[in-house]
Design a protein around this ligand. Structure first.
Ligand SMILES: Cc1cc2nc3c(=O)[nH]c(=O)nc-3n(C[C@H](O)[C@H](O)[C@H](O)COP(=O)(O)O)c2cc1C
Length: 207
């Protein structure tokens, strides 16, 4: 059972990574595997709305890691999206990537998800809200913690000094490990995630 920790920061080992590792260590303490997926710092295009998505992948996604991220999420039992706060929202590259991941794949139904944000001062909960929207349109159970999932700091050292933020990360890691185990136990007992209705309603507000 594996949790994918997506580092959406341009810094491979910065504040966001520091928070994600705290989640990872707590989950590993509960017997789960974790893997960090760093999206890198190269430019990522937003979705160009070509509607050329094929087999749950983006037609341009082999070039910039979008399809690798889809495959890594598919291979995981739970996923955490981590981002630095950039102007009170997620970092642009991560935002662009997730638009394309979720437009192409549409759904990771039943897979637990959680979002975390790292900020120097403010904008953490607004950013957290944006990332949670990907889960709530995708039938993904959201894993919560003892507070909204935000750490504060401008350097890894400052993040480590955010005692409450780091505890919130550890609680999140343990809570996600627990839910993943519950889902596995449910499956073993014959409890499957409910299938989608055969006809998927897609009505625009003009009708
Ligand atoms: C372009 C940019 C915009 C930022 N905007 C905010 C902001 O709105 N609020 C805030 O508290 N910090 C802001 N910051 C600071 C980062 O969110 C903060 O340093 C974060 O912890 C860095 O995480 P990282 O090391 O994983 O990149 C911004 C930083 C950059 C580079």
């Amino acid at each position: 059972m594996k949790i994918l920790l997506v580092n959406g920061s341009p810094h491979e080992h910065g504040c966001t990574y520091t928070a994600l590792r705290e989640i990872g260590l707590a989950a590993e303490g509960e017997g789960l595997e974790t893997e960090v997926f760093w999206i890198g710092s190269k430019a990522v295009n937003g979705c160009v709305a070509c509607r050329g998505c094929r087999d749950g992948h983006c037609v341009f996604g082999a070039e910039d890691g979008v399809n690798a991220l889809i495959d890594a999420i598919n291979a995981s039992d739970g996923v955490v999206f981590g981002t630095p706060v950039h102007f009170a929202g997620p970092a642009g590259n991560l935002h662009s990537m997730l638009d394309r991941v979720f437009y192409a794949k549409r759904s990771f139904a039943g897979k637990p998800g959680a979002a975390i944000a790292s900020c120097r001062r403010s904008g953490g909960t607004a950013t957290f809200d944006v990332l949670n929207k990907y889960f709530t349109i995708s039938s993904m159970p959201i894993v919560s913690s003892q507070y909204w999932n935000v750490v504060h700091g401008n350097s890894p050292e400052e993040v480590r000094r955010d005692e409450e933020g780091m505890q919130t990360m550890r609680t999140l890691g343990r809570n996600m490990a627990w839910l993943i185990k519950c889902i596995a136990a449910g499956k073993a007992a014959g409890v499957e995630f409910p299938p989608r209705e055969a006809k998927f309603a897609f009505t625009n507000f003009i009708r």
